[in-house]
Design a binder for this molecule. Structure first.
Ligand code: ASP
Length: 347
């Protein structure tokens, strides 16, 4: 049997999330449940005729409990099994799915196989579940090849309902719609209808195929500061003085604008001079930072804050965790924040 004619070999990594949850009869809350229950609810999987193996988190978790420790665990499973499988499907809760997708996109350097993350809004055991379709489509995408027999998807992506999105461009947009995810500043990688229609121009391709290299060092000494009209000097200074903090994603207004009061720019400048890396990311879901467009943004840029352009908040914070995790000096972190590493930002 030639390599191309053998069955696709896919590894499912089940971390938890609504897709595998069942209702606790006492509290009536949804709680993570085990993989056997999940897979028993999708008998159609056998029709795919794939070789499917699985690994499950013990215990499976609600993704609100997801942390860098779990990202390391997922990445380790992928690295340990990388050569044996054609693709990977990660089942994950939707709440922090975009953070995990972004983090893995940085950690899995030189990735050239599909890592498809999916989950669902309704548990797999419910009659109207979206979980069955999402799981089956994710498996098909993980197995898809192009005309050369290479994996169609060679990056971390989120499959949800009608679309495949680049992982580090995605955001959870809805707490109840089946189309829960969107990449507001980048086209979909595939549209799901009667068929799966890939946009080959949008898909990520590594320049030169090198062996997978996983970066496990994730530094969590980073935080968001979210601006609001009326923010006070004491609130801002209190946050900037958080002990041990190395990087801040500053969520600003519109095209990257912030208050022009002297106390504000002074506080930000002092933090930058102390060596804290500050990345300016807009609170808007669409568009990005255009630091020189308004005087308000210009003043902020002059303090030494870096423009995040059109990066998502999820990609911004995880990119900082990854860069500081590499042990880079603040100046080098700033350099990498100003360029795209794996398609996360348009410069
Ligand atoms: N709370 C759930 C989770 O993120 C929500 C979901 O999976 O849709 O694990």
């Amino acid at each position: 049997m030639t390599a191309k004619s053998r069955k696709p070999h896919i590894l499912i990594i089940y971390t938890g999330g609504t897709i595998g949850m069942i209702e606790n009869p006492d509290t009536h809350s949804l709680e993570p449940f085990d993989f056997t229950h999940l897979i028993d609810n999708v008998p159609k999987i056998k029709m795919l005729d794939y070789d499917i193996d699985n690994i499950q988190f013990d215990p499976p978790i609600d993704s609100s409990d997801m942390s860098h420790v779990h990202w390391v665990e997922i990445a380790r499973h992928i690295e340990e099994n990388f050569d044996r499988f054609d693709g990977f499907v990660v089942l994950h809760g939707t709440d922090t799915m975009a953070y995990t997708a972004s983090a893995l996109s940085f950690m899995l350097e030189n990735l050239h196989k599909p890592v498809i993350i999916t989950g669902s809004q309704l548990p797999i055991g419910e009659v109207r579940t979206d979980g069955e379709e999402n799981l089956i489509t994710a498996l098909q995408i993980a197995a898809a090849t192009n005309a050369n027999g290479d994996p169609m998807v060679q990056e971390v992506a989120i499959l949800f309902e009608d679309y495949l999105w680049r992982g580090n461009r995605s955001t959870k947009m809805s707490a109840d719609k089946f189309n829960a995810f969107k990449s507001n500043n980048y086209p979909s990688l595939a549209k799901i209808g009667l068929g799966i229609h890939f946009d080959e121009d949008a898909l990520w391709r590594v320049q030169a195929k090198r062996p997978l290299n996983v970066q496990y060092g994730i530094d969590t000494a980073v935080m968001f500061i979210d601006l609001n009209p009326g923010i006070t000097e004491s609130t801002l200074r209190h946050q900037l003085a958080t002990p041990g903090i190395k990087g801040i994603v500053l969520k600003t207004f519109g095209a990257g604008n912030a208050p022009t009061a002297q106390w504000f720019t002074n506080a930000i400048r002092e933090a930058v001079e102390k060596g804290i890396v500050i990345l300016n990311v807009t609170q808007c879901v669409n568009g990005g930072v255009d630091a020189r467009r308004y005087m308000t943004g210009n003043l902020l840029a002059d303090t030494g804050v870096i423009s995040g352009h059109d990066i998502t908040c999820e990609a911004a914070i995880t990119k900082m965790m990854y860069l500081f995790g590499l042990g880079l000096a603040p100046k080098d972190v700033e350099q990498y924040l100003s360029r795209s590493i794996c398609g996360e930002v348009t410069i």
